[in-house]
Design a protein. Structure first.
Length: 435
């Protein structure tokens, strides 16, 4: 049985003293060790058999247990194993009158930290106890230090990353953005800013609630992160706005990235509480150094491009231009059909060849003049769908050449989201094939 006089009745350990248990079936050994350890300022409990010691460990926490190996009912090695299972943090030291290397190794494997041979050397026992105390103190301080470091890392992360989306915070982004523009200027590199805005985000909040809005932001952020390189920098710029800095990237490549993200957001299913929410994003691109050479104006111009994207029906990516050209234009050589929308049309359906294409219009060659403001219908094989894309538009340009042929420029009218998405896929395909 444990000596209850040495155990606090409230079940708490005196924080100023080391809590030690001695386990031995020899009463004189118990009394000798108890007195010696109490005289050095430790709190000591004694047990005369291993079974009662196990029960005591279930009730009380001890810093150190010193146990005999040779005891009735439960051997010392079995006791060490059970004691470590009950109290893994407790240090164990074993003692016996029959020392051997094999026994010592077995006890160490079971979790003992040291081995004492009888007859006992009290001075050596005190050294072992002090060594255990010192080790535990080091472990405690190390654990506290690890906790401090973890708290510091978590604090730094909270300053560096947005807690909702996992994107960078504005404070971190501003520093990184400035460094990247300085690097681009120093080494003559390109850099592009992709400003993204979730379409109709207020409608999502008003219809499904702000928690749905939060989940929408997290969903879109995950898609954006999955489409970026490790050198790209994405920030939750404000509300539903996300800005991406693309180092060493010109406008054309930035457009491809923007289109990839736009298409992925549009095509990735998003459910909130068993309700499907259709998501699209609009984006604007401004590039260094052609559009601006400082961070403020790069953001400003990419934001202007976003507004132009919103004005033209949302769910598209627009490139900033001082001349207000909203769309990227690519070479597009393909056989198209053109028909003037006029009951008195005498030309009929014109089979001709296009020259270039954008999300806002097309340029094609014609044997006949088609005059400004004439409305036409076009059948355009985009290469991304089985059937030609059918759109209408107004003639906004006509130019005659010495060959007698004409270049006819068309501005599309009333392009819906599906048609705009098809045009964007076609343009992206042309860019990727060119590369």
């Amino acid at each position: 049985m444990a000596n209850q006089d040495e155990i606090q009745t409230n079940g708490k350990i005196d924080s100023d003293k080391t809590q030690i248990m001695i386990v031995d079936d020899e009463k004189n050994i118990l009394n000798l060790m108890k007195l010696a350890l109490q005289n050095t300022g430790h709190k000591v409990a004694v047990c005369s058999d291993a079974e009662s010691a196990i029960e005591e460990l279930k009730k009380e926490s001890y810093d150190l247990v010193i146990t005999d190996l040779m005891m009735p009912k439960l051997s010392g090695t079995e006791f060490v194993k059970k004691a470590k299972e009950i109290s893994p943090e407790t240090d164990l030291v074993v003692m016996t009158g029959y020392p051997s290397v094999e026994t010592a190794v077995k006890c160490m494997k079971l979790g003992a930290i040291d081995y004492i041979a009888k007859p006992l050397d009290l001075e050596y026992i005190n050294i072992i106890v002090e060594r255990s105390i010192y080790k535990r103190d080091l472990e405690k301080r190390a654990a506290e230090r690890v906790t401090e470091i973890r708290v510091l890392e978590e604090t730094l992360d909270s300053l560096k990353y947005d807690s909702l989306t996992g994107l960078y915070t504005r404070r971190t982004f501003d520093d990184m953005f400035l460094r990247e523009t300085d690097r681009a200027a120093r080494y003559g590199l390109e850099l592009s800013v992709l400003f993204l805005d979730i379409d109709d985000f207020k409608v999502i909040n008003d219809t499904f609630g702000h928690l749905a809005g939060d989940e929408t932001l997290k969903h879109v952020a995950r898609i954006i992160i999955s489409e970026l390189r490790t050198i790209d920098i994405a920030v939750r710029y404000g509300g539903e706005e996300i800005v991406v800095v693309l180092p060493e990237t010109g406008k054309i490549d930035a457009f491809v990235v923007g289109e990839r993200i736009r298409e992925s957001v549009e095509n990735t299913k998003f459910d909130y509480k068993d309700q499907n929410i259709s998501l699209t994003i609009s984006g604007g691109i401004a590039s260094f150094p052609i559009d601006a050479t400082d961070t403020e104006n790069l953001i400003k111009n990419s934001d202007i491009a976003v507004y132009r994207a919103k004005e033209t029906g949302k769910n598209n990516i627009v490139i900033f231009s001082e001349h207000k050209r909203r769309y990227i234009r690519v070479d597009f050589i393909a056989g198209i059909q053109v028909q003037i929308v006029d009951p008195n049309n005498k030309i009929g359906t014109l089979e001709t060849t296009s020259k270039d294409l954008s999300a806002g219009g097309i340029l094609f060659e014609s044997k006949y003049p088609i005059y400004i403001d004439t409305k036409v219908q076009l059948w355009i094989p985009t290469g991304t769908a089985d059937e030609p894309l059918v759109v209408t538009g107004d003639v906004v340009r006509i130019e005659k050449f010495s060959s007698g042929k004409y270049d006819i420029g068309i501005s599309f009218l009333g392009v819906n989201n599906a048609a705009r998405s098809e045009l964007s896929k076609c343009i992206r395909k042309c860019i990727e094939e060119r590369e």
